[in-house]
Design a protein around this ligand. Structure first.
Ligand SMILES: CC(=O)N[C@H]1[C@@H](OP(=O)(O)OP(=O)(O)OC[C@H]2O[C@@H](n3ccc(=O)[nH]c3=O)[C@H](O)[C@@H]2O)O[C@H](CO)[C@@H](O)[C@@H]1O[C@H](C)C(=O)N[C@@H](C)C(=O)N[C@H](CCC(=O)O)C(=O)O
Ligand SMILES: Nc1ncnc2c1ncn2[C@@H]1O[C@H](COP(=O)(O)OP(=O)(O)OP(=O)(O)O)[C@@H](O)[C@H]1O
Ligand SMILES: N[C@H](CCC[C@H](N)C(=O)O)C(=O)O
Ligand SMILES: [Mg+2]
Length: 514
């Protein structure tokens, strides 16, 4: 790939500061991690959240890198490495990667989904809606890269909700080459703050909700919100911002935009709501143990239309996610009737209130924030019932991830004991923290003292299964689709679908392996 193409892209974006030494005419690869350098590649040194990539320049050179892209001119000069010097390493990473992969985003129309919860579910619904409307669609997010309504898995994404800038452009190139023309993408606050998606212009951006998470990284809720709102600057000129106005933050944002609405800079926008007047709304919602039924109303300049939806996803929050997906799909030109029909045939989203077995009902769910845990437990409560109508029990097994926002732990402890009949506090992904201390943090928010504390998550699940009677509901919260548990810096196999099956077999076949 000619280096001139990268130089042009950086110059056009105002990022090029200087060129040092004799640059190679072409490079074979472009990477932002010295561990991925191969002979003849370019190494992008990024000043990261944890460390400064410039420190890895000598290693990159030893591994065969022939070009450095740096912010810090001296770091390359001192090891005599040809360098392109840029103003902002992070912004330049996304642009250089886009140029290296020959601007794959130009062949694709994008919808972004951001918010604390509901992103994975919403991009899954969008992928399905766009695909059944006849457009080859993919989604990128926590579940990886999935293509088509059935969600064919494609390797890539690097295990992040939003891939890093270099990986993202690589993935987009593969998708474009495979004929994908529509992509629904989770855009995390980390990604927006770190400019991972710069260079992608979104035809629609869906804002789901904003509740507590990631304060370890952003510091305050205001900074977290502002990171999410960075998405507005990535909207295409005629792009549409779709806001959930049942969320107080986004309601305020829309109100502020309405005040400044005459300004040319205000983006086009639509609103969605399950509770109040908006452009896309749900009426007469009826919930049951398999999903919900509602009337979808779509208001446009031409008037309002009504469409019946039978949504096969459990819980009121999934009605909100369906409305967000509907708003995004409508902004992408899908007709309201196709949206309603598509929602009624939605595939399940792995690990989101996913039923692993019945009698007792065991659900695994990805609730790892206070709001998600509350919404998930409230959604399940109506279905805890014996055949004679007497209540049965809601048993929750949950923990909190290590090396993540500590402040959410006691809040989640308090929510669990308020909303579940039995709470078993256990580990999520402890990462490099002491698992017992994480449990201490959770318990600090609990006052009832009648919960169980079982640090080993497999043992905790076994205890829940042992105590559950046929009509009880067990919710395994926090790990959802994950098939591993991170202890220290190692990922160990941990698939709750398999674990529940194994434990159940052991219990019912006489042996108890817990
Ligand atoms: C805090 C954070 O967000 N870190 C992410 C970020 O790293 P960074 O750019 O800040 O880099 P860094 O770790 O400080 O290192 C600086 C530079 O040195 C380089 N390096 C580092 C070591 C080495 O040996 N050689 C080397 O070249 C790194 O590749 C990097 O370019 O960008 C990298 C990709 O470009 C990510 O891999 C990395 O994810 C870490 C592993 C992570 O755990 N991230 C989580 C918190 C995250 O991003 N989560 C969000 C949101 C989740 C959600 O709400 O859904 C996500 O999008 O997944
Ligand atoms: N709209 C919503 N509001 C509140 N909670 C939700 C919503 N949608 C889903 N949830 C809950 O949050 C969990 C995570 O949902 P989902 O994976 O769709 O969100 P996400 O934003 O992609 O999460 P992550 O930030 O981890 O990628 C679900 O398992 C469910 O418990
Ligand atoms: N995207 C989220 C996922 C959290 C999943 C949960 N199982 C945990 O490990 O805390 C994060 O990286 O914070
Ligand atoms: Mg997600």
């Amino acid at each position: 790939m000619p280096v001139a193409r990268i130089l042009d892209a950086l110059r056009d974006a105002g990022q090029l500061r200087a060129v040092n030494g004799a640059l190679p005419v072409s490079i074979v690869d472009l990477v932002d991690d010295s561990r991925r350098v191969t002979s003849g590649s370019a190494f992008l040194a990024v000043k990261g959240a944890m460390q400064d990539g410039h420190a890895w320049l000598p290693k990159a050179k030893d591994a065969g890198a022939t070009l450095a892209i740096v912010e810090d001119e001296a770091a390359a000069r001192v090891i005599d490495m040809p360098a392109i010097v840029v103003h902002d390493g992070r912004r330049s990473a996304a642009l250089a990667a886009a140029a290296f992969h020959h601007w794959p985003a130009r062949a694709i129309q994008f919808t972004a989904v951001t918010g604390t919860n509901g992103k994975t579910t919403t991009v899954g619904l969008l992928r399905h809606l766009l695909d059944v409307a006849g457009q080859r669609a993919a989604s990128i997010g926590t579940l990886g890269v999935l293509i088509g309504s059935a969600g064919e898995e494609m390797p890539g994404g690097g295990g992040l909700t939003t891939p890093g800038p270099v990986e993202l452009q690589r993935v987009l190139r593969v998708l474009a080459d495979r004929g994908v023309t529509r992509v629904a993408m989770e855009t995390s606050s980390h990604a927006l703050h770190q400019h991972r998606v710069d260079g992608v212009h979104f035809a629609a951006a869906v804002f789901t909700n904003l509740t507590r998470d990631h304060l370890d990284y952003h510091g305050t809720m205001e900074a977290y919100r502002d990171a999410k709102l960075e998405l507005l600057s990535l909207l295409a000129p005629d792009g549409v911002a779709c806001f959930n106005i049942d969320d107080v933050t986004w309601q305020h944002t829309v109100a502020e935009m309405d005040v400044s609405g005459s300004q040319a800079s205000a983006p086009r926008r639509t609103t969605f709501s399950a509770l109040q007047d908006a452009d896309v709304t749900a009426h007469d919602v009826v919930y049951d143990a398999t999903g919900s039924r509602f009337e979808l109303r779509v208001r446009t300049a031409q008037g309002t239309t009504q469409h019946q939806v039978t949504l096969p996803l459990i819980g009121d929050f999934n009605v909100a996610n369906a409305l967000g997906a509907a708003a995004g799909a409508l902004a992408m030109g899908i007709t309201p009737q196709d949206v309603a029909d598509g929602l009624s045939q939605s595939p399940q989203v792995p690990g989101r209130l996913e039923r692993l077995r019945t009698e007792p009902t065991v659900l695994r769910d990805y609730a790892h924030t206070p709001d998600a845990l509350e919404r998930a437990l409230l959604a399940v409560r109506p279905f805890t019932m014996r055949p004679d109508g007497a209540p049965s029990r809601l048993i929750v097994v949950f923990g909190c991830g290590g090396d993540r926002d500590r402040g959410k732990r006691p809040v989640m402890g308090s929510i669990a004991e308020r909303l579940a009949d039995v709470t078993i506090v256990t580990s999520d992904n402890p990462r490099t923290e002491d698992p017992e201390r994480i449990l201490d943090d959770i318990e600090a928010g609990m006052t009832r003292r009648d919960h169980q504390r079982i640090v080993d998550r497999r043992d905790a699940i076994a205890a829940a299964l042992r105590m559950a009677s046929a009509h009880d509901v067990v919710v395994l919260a926090g790990k959802g689709h994950e098939t591993y548990q991170i202890r220290g810096t190692t990922s160990y196999p941990f698939d709750e679908r398999i674990i529940v099956q194994e434990l159940w077999d052991a219990m019912t076949q006489g042996g108890d392996d817990s």
